[in-house]
Design a protein around this ligand. Sequence first.
Ligand code: CP
Ligand code: NVA
Length: 306
Amino acid sequence: MTRNLLLVSDLAPGEITNVLDLAERAALPRCLEGRGAALVFEFPSARTRNAAEMAVVDLGGHPVTIRGEEIGFDVRESVEDVARTLGGYHALIAARVADHQTLTQLVAALGAAGMPVPVVNLLSNVEHPTQALGDLLTIRQCLGSLEGKKVVFIGDANNVCRSLVAACAAVGAAITVASPQGWGLDAESVSAARAAGGTVEATDDPGEAVGGADVVYTDVWVSMADKDEAAAKRAAFAGFTVDAALVARASPGAIVLHCLPAHRGEEITAEVLEGPQSRVWVQAANRRHSKRGLFSFLLSAGGDAS
Ligand code: CP
Ligand code: NVA
């Protein structure tokens, strides 16, 4: 069966651990030798694009990066026609999309065409699952384990946060999300994480949330899809900056993570981002290693690790 990663929950908890273990292996079988991987970006990217391209190269493959407007999902031609075209060239299709439904359409079209090509979500309006895999890898490396750790996310409970919540629930890390009212974690994400056995709390008090935290995590206030709401969001998030006073309330050995890009002085201060507890550059580098593990897992899991 072809495996995809559209949501963190597409991987069973044990499979997440497998991906992290693969990510830490010095060398993996070159399962993409002589084959292509299509990487489509409807929004800009520094980390995800470079990490994905290098992960494909690590596995012996040839990455083809495509800007969204070049193929124009449902503008230049239908998502289904793009899927069957790319599926004829590539062993893997990964995409950063404005509308998560584009990813589900890609999966459906490839399935209907009998093309065993995994689809990977490189960020949508719903989740950013490859970010969460790199985050788990970073936490495991920096703190020694995942189970029982307390992760606190401060800010917009958007794509990055949703994936982090699902990922923490899967590996037995507790997570607390602190957001201003109106920008908090949706009830569906809370109930899905709890149904998966996760410990999830949501609050609008960042100071209270951060008590006992092993990991303090934040994301931009104004996401790529939110540019029209920039002023309203900056106003709503006042008081949610991750600064030294907030980090001082976490556990003494706490680490600070940020998916990046960072906006110093908004969601995080320069002092914290550049400070001794920050692990953001390890986290960024781990995007490549976790993708290498993921791609290897997906291609093997589909019986296609040739
Ligand atoms: N964190 C992340 O996805 O970064 P990019 O948007 O640069 O890919
Ligand atoms: N929430 C951010 C994440 C960027 C990696 C966005 O969607 O722009």
